[in-house]
Design a protein around this ligand. Structure first.
Ligand code: IMP
Ligand code: MG
Length: 186
């Protein structure tokens, strides 16, 4: 088993090696700050957190537990990625069962890369006339300009390198790492 972090702060998944980028402590500190900001803006509104599966489920589960008031949670499954490259196509695989009309929505995404996934999904949500939509992304890459999407809260802005951990996977693996690891290229 090579997926345990070694003393040099690297993990090895299949054919690739990754270097620690954000430790569990750094991640949790940032998530607490995001939770505090959302509590400021959304306390009393009974927001519906919408977690985009699969990647955002770890972030969403921590985020709702640092949101200090009533809230609800829903999940939506969209697909756009294969391996380390985007396949381009965004499809809803599993939808929300809740009525979104008049609700305050907090969309929780693991990472905004091109922005294609969020762009598609936010348009879809808008059509259901919610009271408001706030977007929170744990990570954002510089390409996020390709499909301009409003993201109100960002955990960390990162370089354009593939990352795993804290919900993010490489070929299905790495989601359970408590920190974030960046691909070592070359
Ligand atoms: P976008 O539609 O190009 O913004 O891509 C967003 C989705 O691609 C995310 O929700 C992730 O599932 C996936 N993704 C983008 N970059 C990475 C990465 O570095 N590691 C793992 N998944 C990624
Ligand atoms: Mg995702």
């Amino acid at each position: 088993m090579s997926m345990t972090a070694s003393p040099d702060n690297q993990v090895h998944i299949r054919d690739l090696s990754f270097q620690l980028l954000f430790s569990e402590t750094m991640v949790q500190e940032r998530v607490r700050a995001l939770g505090a900001a959302l509590t400021e803006s959304h306390a009393g509104l009974n927001p519906l957190f919408i977690s985009i599966l699969s990647g955002a489920f770890v972030f969403a589960s921590d985020l709702i537990r640092v949101f200090d008031d009533d809230c609800e949670v829903g999940f939506v499954k969209l697909s756009s990625y294969k391996g380390t490259r985007s396949s381009g196509d965004v499809q809803t695989v599993m939808g929300l069962e809740k009525d979104l009309h008049g609700r305050h929505l907090v969309v929780v995404e693991d990472i905004v890369d091109t922005g294609r996934t969020l762009h598609f999904f936010l348009n879809h949500l808008q059509e259901q006339e919610p009271a408001s939509i706030t977007t929170v992304a744990f990570l954002r890459k510089p390409h996020a300009v390709e499909f301009p999407v409003p993201v109100e809260h960002i955990g960390f802005d990162i370089e354009d390198k593939f990352v795993v951990g804290y919900g993010l996977d490489y070929d299905g693996l790495g989601r359970n790492l408590p920190g974030v690891y960046q691909l070592i290229e070359g």
